[in-house]
Design a protein around this ligand. Sequence first.
Ligand SMILES: C[S@@+](CC[C@H](N)C(=O)[O-])C[C@H]1O[C@@H](n2cnc3c(N)ncnc32)[C@H](O)[C@@H]1O
Length: 316
Amino acid sequence: MPVGRLAIGDWFVPEGGFDVDRDVSRHKPVLLGEVVRFLNPRSEGVYVDATLGGGGHTEAILRASAPNGRVLAFDRDPDAIRRTGKRLASYGDRLRTIIGSFADLRAHLEEDARDARDGVDGIVADLGLSSDQLGNPERGFAFSLDGPLDMRFDPTQGPSAADLVNELAEDQLADLIYEYGDERRSRAIARRIASRRPITTTKQLRSAIVAVLGPRRRGIDPATRTFQALRIAVNQELAALDLFLDQAPRCLRQGGRLIVISYHSHEDRAVKHSFRARPNDEFHVLTKKPVVPDASAVADNPRARSAKLRAIERIG
Ligand SMILES: C[S@@+](CC[C@H](N)C(=O)[O-])C[C@H]1O[C@@H](n2cnc3c(N)ncnc32)[C@H](O)[C@@H]1O
């Protein structure tokens, strides 16, 4: 995979991180106009935002579907739900927030007391992590900020990145870094990490990687690939995406659309294959090629540079 297609470098995180105590989001929604155009929200419609984050997509859908459109919004991160739920409280019961994984989409929709259990008019999933998570040193996602090596979307569940780094066998760690980070020097990096255990902070991890790769490679921080790999593994992101892609198309009503925005080739491949595998008489792929942001959108929002949007419509 070419370096330019890497998901997240944190070169756009301000020094020291964002001011995380404020209930505002620093996350700029990616491909916002395109999401609204594909969903074409209407009043009376019911929509799912599978990844609420800072609520940029949700708020645009709520506005476009006024006065009665509803959004059910998921996030695994309780803090994102709390902060964004508070920010969007003025939309009242048009917005329902759910702390949980989009991997359990169908079960959550079946629990809906209103009409979502019968199918929804649109679903959007904007994968990966938000700028609010990346910019908070306490969450341990950013190699440019020192903090505990955590990386869990839901900090109440599952092993952290530090647990993986300190407890996996060296060859398992190397495989993980190679598979999810496309890092060619994975074996040498895993060896160096193993020799420096315990590693408990982002700074310690980055320093072990820099000891192998040197300070910078073609403008990309040497820690980018290894951090991406650990984040994907900690949150079992590809398994969650597969479960979501299995369920989401059949949660749509006829005419309903599913939109997925991905940020690295593993995710995009999964989306592309899953859309193509759907029967032609039931689903129509709306994006032969992925929609990508134009140069001005990338200049305005560096996080958008690797985004790829794919959409499918239920026709039968
Ligand atoms: C790129 S951000 C979404 C940003 C949002 N679209 C906006 O406009 O602010 C991705 C969000 O998805 C959440 N997330 C990641 N995996 C998830 C999963 N399996 N289920 C639900 N939420 C998930 C992350 O916690 C993060 O808040």
